[in-house]
Design a protein. Sequence first.
Length: 506
Amino acid sequence: MLFRLENRLGELRADTLTAAAIVAAFGAAGLIAGYVIASGKPIPIALTLGTVAGIALLGALPLVIWIILAGVLLISGPVVMFVPELEKAGWVFALLGFFLTGAAMLYSAVGRQRFDRPLPAFVVMMILLFVYGLVSMAYSDGPIMEGVRAGKRYFQFFGLLFILAVVPFPLGLVRRWWWFLVALAMVQLPFAAYQRFVLAPMLEGRPYVFPLDVVVGTMEGSLTGGGSSSVMALLLVFVLSYLIAAYREGILPMRRLLLLATLVAAPMPLGEVNLLVVLLPLALVTVHFDLIRRRPFRFALIAVLALVLIAITGWAYLAINAQPGQSVAGTIEAIIAYNFGSTGYYGGNSLNRTTVYSYWLQHQSLSDPVSLFFGHGLGSAFGGVGEPNPGHMDQAHAHKFIGLTAASSVLWDLGLVGLVLLVGLNLSAAHYAARLTALARPGFDRASCRALNTMTLMLLAMLFYSNAPIGVPSLEVLMALSIGLIAWRWRSAPRESRAYGEHRAA
């Protein structure tokens, strides 16, 4: 009997074994799903249903991506702002994000169309960060639901990046995503104007509320104060860099560039996003980096003139948005104080974007290497003004706001190893985007690669500016889409285009 069984196993084809493994996996998944649903806990149930939906919608991946892009970047923000009771409706898009994670895993195993190139290094680091974050819940001193909630915040749209890295979507579809981003940037103006001139005055005088924070366009915001204005600014600068790169490639005439650039840049002065002082010069330098290398002296002269123009524009920007009774010089001093000085971002004894790192270092020791290198577990540093479910380390350091930025949150949650992975994957993505720019074909290909290279560097700056990269859906979607497109472009490069690019580089 054993001999006959051995012969039968030897006759099975590889695809038969794969099918049997999939059937067995479905059976195991059914048992696990039944157990989770029986537990009655909403977050594990949501994650489980998202995975099941991923399998069911495997044949409609472009539709799911469209739903996430339009839902998170265009619909969810205004709906939640004006109907806060529908905040949980945004979980639908998070479920679809987790679905894409499951779909990417399944496609990697059984998908028929494959890329020729292996996964780029930054995608591998993204996978390691994902697995590492989940494992950290095992050694965390906080409750398990603290880690589960953090897992949802951290990784809800990683699936968008993973699916772009494993599925060879057609170029025409990718082009439509790009034009969606351009249209999305132009749509920000009417929303931002309404928020600046109608909603912001309504918030004047409310305690702990800075009215201009409500100028977020279609991104996340609240009528009680706070909002993702920096995400809107990031989107606008990203699209502006693409338009300039498209003009350089001759696919966008000057007249149309001026029109589109005006519509895209118009919302910038309506809010107050000091990070624009960093994002705009960074974008302009990156988009024109090849010209800077060829003509450094001419660039130096242009840079001096640009700095003068930026200084004048920045002074006017601060004058428009300054607090009542405060001079522009006083505003600049305040900005420096709560970014690089000792003034707390939220006042009192709270930390700011500089002291948050020195404070972390003061509370680390080689006598506790686990906390130093691996952190206290996912979600331990989560907190904020009025947050009902703060992490256990945020509670231990009450009113300090140790998770003020994404980088500081990761230091407390996942330690130095986690921060190295997070920063490393962004640097790796920037490196790949720069290589793609050098090897790209003229036209849309090179323009999009230049813009993606710009985006990676701006995303790196965002890690040290706010905690939005690990908690705000709109920024997480923009990050996953842009880095995912770099992976898609790297893996889908045809041989003739690579040979053409290598010839040009030589």
